[in-house]
Design a protein around this ligand. Structure first.
Ligand code: SF4
Length: 380
């Protein structure tokens, strides 16, 4: 839909046109939904611990998961991991060509490797051949902190031009081997450098882009940095798959990744809770209630909305646009709204259980409607 046809043109994001590649069963780029990924931090050689973490990431909504393969024990465990999860696994190799070949044979959906770091031309050819033989795509991962020495000397410091030059150098090696199933990242921990590097890369090549602000930091500050950096890029239509890098539980990375996409209307998953910050007018404790509801409703993946508002100042207005709403009132009770209309009164004391029940029921209803429309497609 072009911008003048859109009912709310100020909300429209036009995505950069990229080539589509596959990461196992998941499409990346083109018109495929923007995917969210994270990385395990267990020892990959401990297949069971890694699988438990992958399951937690999957439950949180991860589309793709990356695992490090620094040694042969890890690539050996990779086969067990791949065999026991439906989620596509990216093997993070760095430069050892044997690990790359082992990972491809073990069933990795994608190799994260920079071909320029593999070594001799023969080794590069062997890795590319393994990727072709076993249906692996690749990710070229350029990082401002580990740019080639020659580039650093020439440019003086990590800068967008040096990062793009590095990315194109690696990409050209793959293209020379007639290998085109790759995506690229050009990450930095600095938000400005990250955004400028991706903007320049987006103009220089048509492959899908894996975007992220690397080493963004702990949960709160890392989330903010990522939201600013990735938000800026996504808003400009750049980015086909995202990874939020936090010094926190990887499950948080998935939640933050989805929240960034949800804020921009690029992807919808789970309950979008609209809540007021609360003030002296609140008819119930908004903050406590929202924290409890967020936890109790985390298992719902069907996209829907819930408004929890402290009083009538903004409650009815917000409820107009949500599937389920609650607005605080006087005398220990408030009003429940269904699809924007006042529906019934509810005592504050019963609200958590009752709202969870209403939302779960509504989610089932919406899912059934969605399934009826698209019987074979995934629910999300
Ligand atoms: S909606 Fe009501 S309770 Fe919430 S912040 Fe506004 S005035 Fe305060």
């Amino acid at each position: 839909m072009s911008s003048h046809q859109h009912v709310r043109p100020w909300r429209m994001i036009e995505r950069r046109k990229s080539r589509k590649i596959r990461v196992g069963s998941v499409e990346v780029g083109g018109d495929a939904p923007i995917t969210v990924q994270s990385m395990t931090n267990t020892l990959t050689s401990d297949a069971q611990a890694t699988l438990r973490q992958i399951a937690a990431l999957e439950e949180a909504g991860a589309d793709i998961v990356r695992v490090s393969c620094p040694d042969v024990e890890s690539t050996q465990a990779l086969r067990t991991i791949v065999d026991n999860t439906a989620i596509p696994i990216v093997a993070d190799i760095h430069f050892h060509y044997k690990r790359a070949i082992e990972a491809a044979k073990a069933g990795a959906a994608c190799l994260r490797i920079n071909p320029g770091n593999i070594g001799s031309a023969d080794r590069v050819r062997e890795v590319v051949q393994a990727a072709k033989d076993y249906g692996c795509s690749m990710r070229i991962g350029v990082n401002a902190g580990s740019l080639e020495k020659e580039l650093l000397e020439r440019y003086g410091e990590p800068c967008p031009e040096a990062m793009v030059e590095s990315a194109l150098f690696h990409a050209n090696i793959l293209r020379d081997h007639d290998f085109h199933e790759f995506k690229i990242s050009v990450k930095a921990s600095d938000v400005f450098l990250t955004v400028a590097a991706y903007q320049a890369l987006a103009d220089a090549i048509d492959c899908p882009l894996h975007i992220g602000v690397t080493e963004a930091g702990p949960l709160r500050t890392g989330t903010i940095k990522s939201a600013i950096g990735l938000g800026n890029l996504l808003w400009a239509g750049i980015g086909d798959t995202i990874r939020v890098s936090l010094a926190a539980d990887p499950v948080e990375e998935i939640k933050v990744g989805f929240d960034i996409l949800k804020s921009l209307g690029l992807r919808h998953r789970g309950v979008n809770i609209i809540a007021c910050p609360s003030c002296a007018r609140q008819g119930f404790n908004v903050i406590d209630t929202v924290a409890k509801l967020e936890e109790r409703l985390a298992h719902i993946s069907t996209p829907m909305s819930l408004s929890i508002i402290g009083c009538v100042v903004n409650g009815p207005g917000e409820a107009l646009f949500t599937d389920v709403g609650f607005t605080g009132g006087g005398a220990g009770a408030g009003m429940v709204y269904m699809a924007g209309k006042p529906d019934h009164k509810l005592a504050n004391a019963d609200m958590i259980e009752h709202i969870v029940e209403l939302v779960e029921r509504k989610a089932e209803e919406l899912k059934a409607q969605q399934d009826a429309l698209m019987p074979v497609a995934a629910a999300e």
